[in-house]
Design a protein around this ligand. Sequence first.
Ligand code: UD1
Ligand code: MG
Length: 454
Amino acid sequence: MAVERTCLAIVLAAGEGTRMRSMRPKVLHAIAGQSLLAHVLDAVSKAGGTKTAVVVGLGADAVAAEAKRVLPDAEIFVQAERRGTAHAVLAAKAAIARAPDDVLVIFGDTPLIRPQTLTRIRGALAEGAALVVLGFRPKDPAGYGRLVLKGGELVAIREELDASPAERAIALCNGGLMAFAGPTALAILERISNDNRKGEYYLTDAIAIARAMGGKAVVIETEEEDVRGINTNAQLADTAAVLQQRLRNAAMDAGVTLIAPETVFLSSDTKFGREVVVEPFVVFGPGVTVEDNAVIRSFSHLDRAHVGKGALVGPYARLRPGARLQDDVHVGNFVEIKEALIETGAKANHLSYIGDATVGAGANVGAGTITCNYDGVAKHRTEIGKNAFIGSNSALVAPVKIGDGAYVGSGSVITQDVPADALALGRGRQAIKEGWARRLRERVLPSKKRTPAK
Ligand code: UD1
Ligand code: MG
């Protein structure tokens, strides 16, 4: 069984992404809430890659750091000069020399690669292939290496620049992913030369070499989406769209109701419980969990937030990092919540900012309530007790505590702690001047000629 074999996955991430006109290394661009590199590394770890090597360019500390963040035990190798894909693989020579059973080579800019595709490739190695190439039939083959078959056997990969017109007409192309039987991998790789029009060490030359050494080269075919590479911003967007479609389908397969799936944007790590409903036009940033029976209504934006069972969020709600809604919480329109625990059954239904706060179970936060958490220098906490009632348009100036069951009168500016079950008022006292309006009219209006209403 393939899964029992040891595996080294080498992820090539030394690309610069210059065609994206960005200072950021290509593999750090993100789709569905995580970097291209993270997508690839996720697929690798799900496929049971026992060891992972990431090849980065010189000075690409951010790429190395991202690799370590996703897979702390990934080994980083530096390719000091970009001299071709085989040269990049050999940067990880020390890892290959430890003789794993399988050596997978994966490009860091093909984020849609699925774990099951990696598993299929490993299966072919387990059956005795010296080398496995992942082939596909692209709509537009321009730029891809062509797979040259003879009598059903893979004999070579011809890079487009070096291909004859007949070879260019071949529809089956190299998806870029290759795998080597560990024991012969180094011997093959070290024989690759840079004798071609680009003067690069082409990984694809491995096929002819493996065959010359008596090994068998095998093609595994997959669909284009699996191996979509990213070189431009347009390709980044196209790839993101494919991934969104996958994520939406997976969510619906798991029982989530997406009323207009094409308008809902998910992250790869978005987690849903049962019977969740997501209305049209909702964005899930990374790190969001939504539990059973919750409803996320239209135009809401959630990012690193937790939504408890039966909670109701939106329309137009914004849950920022650290928003933790327990069961049956209601968060309504134009309410922003950041770094705050909203306990069971509490409600903030309209026009509020709740940041760096705890809102106790059953509390009601009235329309327009603001936690004033920032004094221009530091952030401070607001604690609202259980079943407290915060009247509309109140400003709670942190640090401040509102006790359990306390009331805050509407329009208050609260700067001192409020004891449990007390009423706090912090607003100008209302004055009544009987007859004042009538007297004004009597005094002022007769002297003015009023134009009759039309
Ligand atoms: C490569 C294949 C081609 C295949 C295509 C699929 C070779 C020679 N060609 O072409 O057959 O159809 O991918 O997308 O392998 N890299 C390094 N260091 C280098 C060169 C490349 O790390 O010195 C990395 C790149 O960052 C990238 C990957 O290797 O992730 C592929 O390199 P790229 O230049 O994009 O190869 P292609 O011309 O697309
Ligand atoms: Mg490429």
